[in-house]
Write a protein that binds this ligand. Structure first.
Ligand code: HEC
Ligand SMILES: [Cu+2]
Length: 318
């Protein structure tokens, strides 16, 4: 009957109106959520400059010598290179409240740069320079993580941003006494190693296959050849880049130079790696731990990570 048809039609129309209204509410909610998230947490998705030849970018001074530079009273620039499987620099220190400009690129594949507890999340692509500004208001430690699967040791691609409290009274940095003559150098050496080296080479010195060479069952072989002691010190001071082979596995990474460490700490980290994990038993008869004076003498040579690779080749390890 015509009357029934009309009633059905009305009912359907009512339902349609309800659905259209409901969808509109959803759309408005989604848009509002995006606005809310961006205004409350900020979106730091980076700004990419025009693509260039990756080699040209890596040759630029800021990326050939990555690190943190102070650019003003209260501003810093972080020049960073991501590579399988590390961020260089892997540890950054900045005072809270300062304006930080990150300039970043990748040396090999696509990596992610995400900083926990912040809205920073950027894709790092070879041939691109990603840049973004950020101000860390709260002092503390922030974890940098690669959130793009980039290979076997991807999960080890981590770093730290230490945001310091500019108002805190700076304690007189007490130089730890780590002279090998001191009876207790081992404990301090272990903590120095764990703080500076374990992120990549692991606490047990096992490294990460294909990414970070093992130091366990390997350090003694490096110290034995003539020039081995200097080589080890230079690796820590100046870094190491290029293809090496350790126990039949190839590595083609880059270890960042850590000249910022004190002479005592450089000696300590190396002495720990030379003695721990059973390495001690493989050291030559009468081996003397590396001293601060030896480290001091290797400073200021201005070597590049590639120079240190050449030095390694002259050790004729195989
Ligand atoms: C950010 C990661 C990272 C950190 C931190 C790091 N290393 Fe390395 N290290 C590497 C990589 C990668 C290589 C291999 C570089 C290459 O492939 O050319 C390497 C190589 C070495 C080598 C040379 C091995 C060889 O066969 O010649 C030594 C020795 C070494 N590291 C010691 C240390 C010590 C000691 C520390 C702490 C003071 C340290 N590393 C901290 C990543 C790191
Ligand atoms: Cu990565």
């Amino acid at each position: 009957m015509a009357g029934d048809d009309h009633a059905t039609h009305e009912t359907i129309e009512r339902y349609e109106r309800i659905w259209v209204g409901f969808s509109l509410i959803l759309i408005v909610m989604f848009v509002a959520l995006v606005f809310y998230a961006v205004s409350m947490h900020g979106a730091h998705i980076g700004h990419a400059e025009p693509r260039q030849d990756p080699q040209k970018i890596l040759a630029m001074d800021e990326f050939a010598n990555p690190g943190v530079v102070q650019t003003g009273d209260n501003s810093y620039q972080v020049n960073m290179v991501a590579m399988a499987f590390s961020f260089v620099p892997g540890q950054i220190e900045i005072p809270a409240g300062s304006e930080v400009t990150f300039r970043m690129t990748s040396r090999d594949v696509i990596h992610g740069f995400q900083v926990r507890g912040t809205g920073i999340n950027v894709e790092l692509i070879p041939g691109d320079i990603a840049s973004l500004k950020y101000t860390f208001d709260r002092p503390g430690e922030y974890l940098m993580i690669c959130n793009q699967y980039c290979g076997v040791a991807h999960q080890n691609m981590l770093g730290r941003i230490v945001v310091t409290d500019p108002d805190a009274v700076v304690a007189e940095a007490d130089e730890p006494t780590l002279e090998p003559e001191d009876a207790d150098w081992r404990g301090a050496a272990e903590s120095a190693y764990n703080a500076q080296c374990a992120a990549c080479h692991q606490r047990d010195g096992s490294g990460s296959r294909g990414a970070f060479p093992p130091l366990a069952d390997h350090m003694p072989a490096l110290v034995v050849p003539e020039g081995g002691r200097d080589y080890l010190i230079d690796v820590v001071l100046y870094g190491l880049a290029g293809a090496i082979e350790v126990k039949g596995v190839s590595y083609r990474g880059m270890m960042p130079g850590m000249a910022r460490l004190s002479d005592a700490d450089v000696a300590a980290t190396l002495n720990h790696a030379l003695h721990a994990w059973g390495n001690e038993d493989a050291l030559p008869e009468g081996f003397e731990p590396i001293t601060r004076e030896e480290v001091e003498q290797r400073r200021g040579l201005g070597l590049s990570p590639a120079d240190v690779l050449e030095q390694r080749q002259s050790l004729r390890l195989d």
